[in-house]
Design a protein around this ligand. Structure first.
Ligand code: FRU
Length: 544
């Protein structure tokens, strides 16, 4: 690997070790930057041909524990000046190359999820701008490209043709003079209401929060090349509601088209709940109403009940996934009933896709997996895409979540058993002791009091307690309360476990405990539970 080292000129003569500057001609695709978590964060600014191209804080170090990168392919041949206001020593290690540092082990690192999306380098949190357009699923996401912890919020970007295999592209939105790029959504403006379309090509319009220490305001940007390049609207911000709410917390716009009123609707988290704004053109917004009881990352969508399109309800949720069901007339959401959860654990800030064709008709969601990735050069992950449905239960209408059917395509070799004792099931599972990527579908039946479940290397991945009426400590009341049975669809990847209970009535996601010395593999336990059925699938990687 040929490295082109940069020349470094210390600017400050007296304290030569601090603040530096280096200049090069961009000849390669990537600039590779060395970072160490123990190094301080300091500001780095790229100047291209004399203009500021980007500015961010970075823990630059000449003794890196990992490397991050910037894709500079748009600037080949240009002069890049890198200014840094921290310890200059790390500057000398920066190099350009056509490969990112660590490319040889990319996607094969020890704790790299194999069938979940993670960013090549840096931090990710919330999914943003989920959109199906022109044959591609777009996954934008809260991203710090320069470190494995939260900072410098950008919109990262990845695309997929099947919701399963993702290709990471360069970041879509970079911090600017208004702020860093917080969460938001994206729509396709088929009718050119905003006036951003190019000829017959409709614009994708991203609606996002720009956050500064002073305020959080809502802005828009558009793309007419399938999300590859973006132009920020000159009239930003389009909503500035700090004064109206006397609050710094005004963020995470989720926008959708409301066909009956022929308006755009924005659901925006403000202070203590979700507000509704409407617009004819995505640029001018009018406040309509507010529902208290939600925090961050709103979503609002209509779903048929039990698949009956003549009988629909609207679902509103916040970042935790706690939701209300109700009616929506385009201006006001009126909840009916209580506030419920369908999921707990690692999932946060989930969002549903815009633009799913009517012929498909699914409401597809991706949530951020709050899963730490220890010493890896990346951190955070996306949980599996799931399909959300409303179903009538004994308690009323409830939200269900299940992995999308596309996930089935990752299933490799499988085996099936029925009517096993725990000891027999554990013998069957012996073959999978070393496996890191599995799907396990099981139905277990308690026969004696009081609880039973499944452990992996000593970690509880399922504990069903019929005495306390809990699954993994969380209240769960099965549809048939006397059945003593529970069915689970468990998806295990390198660092996560997702469990969908009783056809998606309840789900949870866990971080795997990777540092435990226990290597006992899978253990069904309990007082004489029956493993009524057991199916195990080996899951294939999405990264080959
Ligand atoms: C939720 C959140 C959002 C915000 C974003 C910032 O995880 O706090 O409310 O827009 O993360 O990264």
């Amino acid at each position: 690997m040929k490295k082109v080292f940069l020349s470094m000129i210390a600017l400050c003569g007296i304290c030569a070790a601090y603040a530096g500057d280096s200049t090069l001609t961009v000849t390669k695709r990537y600039i590779n930057l060395p970072v160490a978590q123990e190094a301080e964060r300091n500001r780095m600014t790229f100047h291209i041909d004399g203009e500021v191209e980007r500015t961010f804080v970075i823990r630059l170090s000449d003794t890196p524990d990992y490397w991050v990168f910037c894709d500079m392919s748009a600037y080949r041949g240009a002069t890049l000046r890198i200014a840094f206001d921290g310890k200059a020593a790390g500057l000398a290690k920066i190099y350009q190359d056509d490969r990112i540092a660590g490319a040889d082990s990319l996607y094969r690192e020890a704790a790299r999820p194999q069938f979940h999306f993670t960013s090549r380098r840096g931090w990710n949190n919330d999914p943003n701008g989920l959109l199906f357009h022109d044959g591609e699923y777009h996954l934008f996401y809260q991203h710090n490209p320069y470190e494995r912890e939260w900072e410098n919020m950008h919109w990262g970007h990845a695309v997929s043709r099947d919701l399963v295999r993702w290709q990471e592209l360069p970041p879509a939105l970079y911090p600017d003079a208004i702020g860093t790029m917080f969460s938001g959504s994206a729509v396709v403006d088929d009718e050119n209401t905003a006036g951003f379309n190019r000829g017959d090509t409709p614009a994708i319009v991203a609606v996002y929060t720009a956050a500064s220490p002073e305020r959080q305001v809502q802005c828009i940007a558009y793309s007419t090349d399938r999300g590859r390049t973006w132009t920020k609207y000159a009239g930003n911000p389009v909503v500035d509601s700090k004064a109206a709410w006397n609050s710094q917390d005004t963020r995470d716009p989720k926008v959708f088209r409301h066909a009956p009123t022929r308006r755009w609707v924005m659901v925006l988290n403000e202070r203590d709940g979700h507000s509704i704004y409407t617009s004819a053109n995505l640029r001018e917004w009018r406040f309509e109403s507010h529902v208290t009881g939600f925090w961050e990352c709103p979503d609002l969508f209509e779903l048929p009940v039990d698949g009956d399109t003549a009988n629909t309800r609207w679902v509103m949720y916040g970042a935790s996934g706690a939701y209300m069901i109700g009616r929506f007339d385009g201006r006001q959401f009126i909840p009916e009933g209580g506030k419920y959860y369908y999921t707990t654990g690692a999932l946060y800030a989930a969002q549903t896709f815009a633009g799913i064709p009517a012929a498909d008709g699914r409401r597809i969601q991706i949530g951020w997996g709050r899963i730490a990735h220890g010493p890896m050069p990346f951190n955070g992950m996306m949980l599996l895409p799931t399909e959300l449905t409303l179903r009538t239960t004994k308690d009323g209408i409830r939200l269900f979540s299940n992995p999308v059917k596309e996930i089935d395509r990752l299933q490799g070799d499988s085996r099936t058993w029925t009517k096993l004792t725990a000891a027999q099931a554990n013998r069957a599972m012996e073959a999978y002791r070393q496996s890191d990527c599995l799907r396990i579908k099981a139905r277990i039946k308690l026969s004696h009091a009081t609880d039973a479940g499944l452990r992996l290397h000593g970690q509880s991945i399922l504990t069903y307690d019929m005495n306390f009426n809990t699954v993994n400590g969380v209240f769960y009341s099965p549809e048939e309360p006397t059945s003593m049975e529970l069915s689970v669809d468990i998806l295990i990847d390198k660092t996560s476990v997702e469990v969908f209970v009783d056809g998606g009535a309840y789900s949870y996601a866990l971080q795997r405990e990777l540092n435990s010395p226990n290597r006992e593999g899978f253990r069904f336990w309990g007082n004489n539970p029956e493993i009524v059925s057991l199916e195990v699938y080996e899951m294939r990687t999405i990264w080959n």
